[in-house]
Design a protein around this ligand. Structure first.
Ligand code: IFM
Length: 484
């Protein structure tokens, strides 16, 4: 299955001492998501998700790629767990596919779907790895989208029901639960720019979706805690957020205001309600021409701000913005469609001229430090985890190896920034590399490779990249060995 033996996976007789040492109880993990790796999209009664529909719509996903075969993880999960064990990671962040549990998004659960995650969790535990499920990583059952999707308040309640079903089945073996992955993407890429499923371009609906996603989080978190209390477990519940640092391109007033607006739309729209139980005033003023926020009902903010045991941060790059359209328009930047487009139409992403990954994302590890320290300052005491960090590069397998030195440099620099943040007092308890495997990168299909393990999608052969070997050494040593 893999083209490398266990012996080559970074295990040496005597572990070298790290130069940059992380705390003893630091969690070292890898992350994936159901639709991106599982394949088997029509097997065992799984219902269609919005991503199946989006993939089947011509022109939406590069190369016409779909969720099949992905990494065929649905059938090969044992091999993939063995790979993780060989790498030495301590935790596995994966997501559960709602349409495998409730094909129509509501009603009686499908045993076959629950059985799959039951087997996966047992297998992960047998390998000595801690399972960290995320309940929603974007694969909404299509039937719920047909009823309005996340802009429809009822979806939040359906999500809480689904969370109860999953917790009831797996809660005896799992401590760390994340409700949602990157609600910003679900709301704004899904319902405003439309570059992600379900592909709608309705700015007001995107704001309602953001609210209902958080409401779903709060309802699910409360339900999990109550079930945990009844069963005598102590689940830790969090949410994963793609918080980033938004930098003004210049010190001009227009650029500083652009950064404030995007920061509100990207970061504070989530963190303020979640942690403080209120929406930022400046955000409400900025979007007042689009929505009066009438979807916020009495009691919602109290539910949304149910205390978080942890917050996951997915960090890839900081961004630079300008209030002057003439500063935008570089070919190296990802499609303009990726810019938030709700009440910020005059704001442009600016190319800072730094080296970029295969995604066109600028590489600047200081953004990791700034993002983490800012969260710790704004929300003292909030336990943080980096739940995703990584980079896509154009990897090639040559003689059974992938020499991805650029990815090693990226991971090394970002881990050093994480370490510096901890030294500065940030209560950061773990790091998950994105991703264990190359996988389906949403609208960009299989062309973008983020894995520390290469996947040949035709043969399904896995090849641990040099970055995987490097990460394995870091994990085993509990820190970074040597200079970059
Ligand atoms: O692949 C995605 C993942 O699903 C969510 N966070 C960002 C990754 C890279 O784009």
């Amino acid at each position: 299955m893999t083209s490398q033996s266990t012996a080559s996976l970074g295990q040496t007789e005597e572990e070298p001492k790290p130069d940059i040492h992380f705390p003893e109880d630091f969690v070292w993990g890898v992350a994936t998501a159901s639709f991106q790796i599982e394949g088997a999209t029509t097997e065992d009664g799984r219902g269609p998700s919005i991503w199946d529909t989006f993939c089947a719509t011509p022109g939406k996903v590069e190369n016409g790629d779909t969720g099949d075969p992905a990494c065929d993880h649905y059938h090969r999960y044992r091999d993939d767990v063995a790979l993780m064990r060989d790498l030495g990671v301590g935790a596995y962040r994966f997501s559960i596919a709602w349409p495998r549990i409730q094909p129509e998004g509501k009603g009686k659960p499908l045993e076959a779907g629950l059985d799959f995650y039951d087997r996966l969790v047992d297998c992960v535990l047998e390998a000595g790895i801690d399972p960290w499920p995320t309940l929603y990583h974007w694969d909404l059952p299509q039937a719920l989208e047909d009823e309005g999707g996340w802009p429809n308040r009822d979806t939040a309640k359906r999500f809480a029901d689904y969370a109860e079903i999953v917790y009831s089945r797996l809660g005896d073996r799992i401590t760390h639960w994340n409700t949602l992955n990157e609600p910003w993407c679900s709301a704004f890429l899904g319902y405003a720019s439309g570059v992600h499923a379900p592909g709608r371009r309705e700015p007001a609906a995107a704001l309602a979706a953001a609210h209902h996603l958080m409401l779903g989080h709060g309802l699910a978190a409360n339900a999990i805690r109550e079930l945990g209390r009844q069963a005598g477990h102590a689940p830790k519940v969090g949410i994963v957020h793609n918080q980033t640092t938004v930098r003004p391109y210049t010190d001009s007033e227009a650029d500083r205001d652009a950064a404030r607006r995007i920061d509100a739309l990207r970061n504070r729209i989530f963190t303020e309600p979640l942690v403080k139980g209120r929406y930022p005033e400046d955000l409400l003023a900025d979007v007042s021409g689009i929505s009066d926020y009438g979807f916020v009902k009495d009691g919602d903010l109290e539910i949304i701000s149910t205390p978080l045991d942890m917050m996951g941060v997915n960090f890839y790059n900081p961004s630079w913005v300008s209030g002057n359209r003439e500063n935008g328009g570089s070919d190296r930047l990802p499609s303009e469609d990726y810019s938030p487009s709700v009440g910020s139409e005059h704001v442009v992403d600016v190319d800072p001229g730094l080296p970029v990954t295969a995604m066109g994302w600028p590489i600047d590890a200081s953004g990791m430090y700034d993002t983490l320290t800012r969260l710790a300052n704004d929300y003292p005491g909030l336990t943080l985890y980096v739940t995703e960090n990584g980079a896509a590069f154009d990897d090639k397998v040559v003689d059974g190896a992938v020499h991805d030195t650029e990815r090693i440099a990226y991971l090394d620099a970002h881990l050093r920034a994480v370490h510096a943040a901890i030294e500065a007092g940030v209560p950061l308890k773990g790091y998950f590399a994105w991703s264990l495997l190359d996988n389906f990168e949403w609208a960009l299909g299989y062309g973008k490779r983020f894995g520390i393990v290469h996947v040949d999608y035709e043969s399904q052969v896995r090849t641990v990249k040099d970055s995987g070997l490097w990460y394995s050494r870091v994990v085993r040593a509990g820190g970074i060995v040597g200079q970059q």
